[in-house]
Design a protein. Structure first.
Length: 352
């Protein structure tokens, strides 16, 4: 196989960064020319060639669904990869939790697929039930176990969730479930802590992320995981790998492999984005928007009612009808998904 495996030069070997200095606009919108003066404020959605998000955990109270909706509204891409643990089947089996905001996320993803974005769903360990439907489409969303993504610069990336390289998930699933319970407790403490911080006028801060950087065993686990995934990419003769699973956003060179982890949407709210020149970047959405903004209020907080087509100020009403019909189609499809999830949960509970 003729594959260029030279190390990337945009990040020094072995380094780690969140690319704070790079513009988040993701390349010039159509009509802009090289050399134009940069805009003070982005006009319209931020456009990227590809977006990779993972570990949303719809169906849990820790999911930042409202904040994710803001991200999905404010970004556009040719490719959108859902890199596992989008739906948390583990939690739904124990307690059904599916508020409107979580349904809205599903509708938004389906709408993007219907409007021409290539949406690929790669299941993880928390939504492993979807693996029974590999190589099928659900509302124009492709379902694959893994894919090879070719960047704009010709580099090839293996895209997968990464759970099968986690020894705990692979060989001691009961321990993984126990760890998941402990993690949910940490998220509950994290939410309480940040409600106090908000009342004091302080910004969002992730307790779990802090602990990952401070606890020696956690740091070692992350390092081992990253090296294992890089070795797999090297074995497959690709230039890089994009994964999720460990809720630790990262982009760094490991040997001759570009390792990218998209993070999560329960604490860090991050994504991997590919710019139009093929450059990969970790995008920390909390540095673009404030998670404490009232429009991203937690589930249960009072919000203004929304009607299909609200906010559209031009046209004769035909556009409003089109948007309303699109909303109805996506609502119908997401209702089918809710029914599917409920049947999956009922089946799991009735299994000895």
């Amino acid at each position: 196989m003729n594959v260029d495996t030279k190390p990337r030069t945009d990040v020094p070997a072995g380094s780690s960064r969140l690319d704070q200095g790079r513009s988040v606009t993701g390349g010039p919108p159509p009509g802009d020319q090289p050399g134009d003066e940069p805009r003070d404020e982005p006009q319209g959605p931020r456009r990227y060639r590809s977006i990779f998000i993972s570990d949303i955990h719809l169906g849990t109270r820790g999911c930042k669904a409202e904040f994710l909706l803001g991200f999905l509204r404010d970004t556009e891409s040719e490719n959108l990869y859902l890199v596992g643990d989008i739906i948390d089947g583990w939690r739904l089996r124990r307690t059904w939790y599916w508020p409107q905001a979580h349904n809205d996320v599903v509708q938004k993803l389906l709408r993007k697929a219907r409007k021409g974005t290539r949406v690929v769903f790669i299941p993880g360990n928390h939504d492993e039930f979807v693996r029974d439907y590999l190589d099928n489409d659900f509302g124009s969303v492709e379902i694959e176990d893994e894919v090879i993504h070719t960047g704009a610069d010709g580099k090839r990336y293996l895209v997968l969730h990464g759970d099968r390289f986690d020894g705990v998930v692979k060989h001691a699933k009961w321990l993984a479930h126990l760890g998941d319970t402990a993690y949910q407790l940490a998220l509950t403490v994290n939410n309480w802590l940040n409600s106090v911080r908000r009342s004091l006028g302080l910004s969002y801060w992730s307790l779990s992320k802090y602990l990952k950087h401070k606890v020696k065993n956690a740091v070692q686990f992350i390092d081992d995981y990253e090296n294992t995934l890089a070795a797999e990419a090297r074995k497959r003769e690709v230039d890089g790998i994009v994964c999720g699973h460990i809720h630790h956003a990262e982009k760094r060179i490991i040997g001759d492999v570009l390792y990218c982890n998209s993070g999560d949407w329960v604490e860090s709210c991050t994504a991997i984005v590919e710019h139009w020149d093929g450059t990969m970047e970790v995008l920390d959405w909390t540095r673009v928007e404030s998670i404490d903004d009232p429009q991203y209020a937690p589930v249960g907080a009072p919000k203004a009612a929304r009607t299909p087509g609200q906010g559209l100020t031009t046209g004769t009403g035909v556009a409003r009808v089109g948007i309303a019909r699109e909303d109805q189609r996506c609502e119908s499809l997401s209702s089918r998904m809710r029914g599917f999830l409920r049947s999956m949960v009922s089946s799991a509970r009735s299994t000895p």
